[in-house]
Design a protein around this ligand. Structure first.
Ligand code: MN
Length: 260
């Protein structure tokens, strides 16, 4: 079943992220959406929560702090933020659209399972709202091309909203690391492969305890046509619809032969 239709110009939009309330990508997204939508609400983590995945805080209380009008922080995860936004902050007037980002860095392939950015959008979709995750690729040490995401976000959102995608489907949008004028277009893709590489820093802490530090290196397949990875590395904006139902249908059939 598709989402109810709405006009972006009149919409109430909830923005979350995983880079935290002070992240530049959040400010860029707020600026873009203020120019496109009726009302912008921000509920974002107090501190950076990158790679928090779909983690939920259950063993301690959560505090919502109001920073300014329609702008709040939560001392928790991106998922906590969306839950509290929907059930508390925006209880009387729920959003028409939930956006997460703009993340500093790609969320491609299997990143979707680690990403706090994608998880915030997943929580929005679980609660029944049209939800979109937005990420800007960059190279370590180089400035982030926020202007590319800024230039293309409006166009991507307008077209997506007109498509009225099914409930329970999260849209994962990645902007390529090229100047906005060099973007080749917007392409619908499928999840590619991008696992965490083996690069791990080993060291010894000041108390003599050995430690390991998981590196940012990725072992990725940029060559497979039709994937998010191939599209962004060719200079396109990638839009991947992700299902919250993780069931692998062909495996259901295979397993039923041994558990008839
Ligand atoms: Mn992040």
């Amino acid at each position: 079943m598709a989402h109810e239709p709405f006009e972006l110009a009149d919409a109430r939009v909830l923005i979350c992220n995983d880079d935290g309330i002070n992240a530049p990508g959040l400010k860029h997204l707020e600026k873009i959406i203020r120019g496109l939508a009726g009302e912008v609400w921000v509920v974002a983590p107090e501190t950076e929560q990158s790679a928090a995945g779909h983690s939920l805080t259950m063993r301690r209380p959560l505090f919502v702090r109001r920073v300014s009008r329609r702008r709040f922080t939560v001392d928790g995860t991106p998922t906590d933020c969306v839950l509290l936004a929907i059930h508390q902050v925006m209880k009387a007037r729920p959003p028409h659209l939930v956006l997460s980002g703009i993340n500093r860095g790609a969320n491609l392939g299997e990143d979707a399972t680690y990403s706090g950015t994608v998880a915030a959008a997943m929580e929005g979709a679980l609660l029944g709202f049209p939800s979109v995750a937005l990420s800007q690729l960059y190279e370590d040490g180089a400035p982030v091309r926020w202007s590319t995401a800024e230039h293309w976000t409006g166009e991507v959102l307008r077209r997506l909203i007109s498509a009225r995608w099914p409930r329970g489907v999260v849209l994962n949008v990645n902007f390529p690391n090229v100047a906005s004028a060099a973007v080749t277009g917007i392409e619908v893709t499928r999840q590619g492969h991008r696992k965490i590489g083996g690069s791990m820093i080993e060291g010894v802490d000041p108390r003599g305890e050995p430690y390991f530090w998981i590196g940012g290196g990725r072992d990725e397949d940029r060559g497979r046509a039709g994937t998010d990875l191939e599209a962004v590395h060719r200079g396109a904006v990638s839009v991947t619809p992700l299902s919250l139902d993780l069931t692998h249908e062909p495996a259901v059939k295979t397993l039923k032969t041994v558990f008839p």
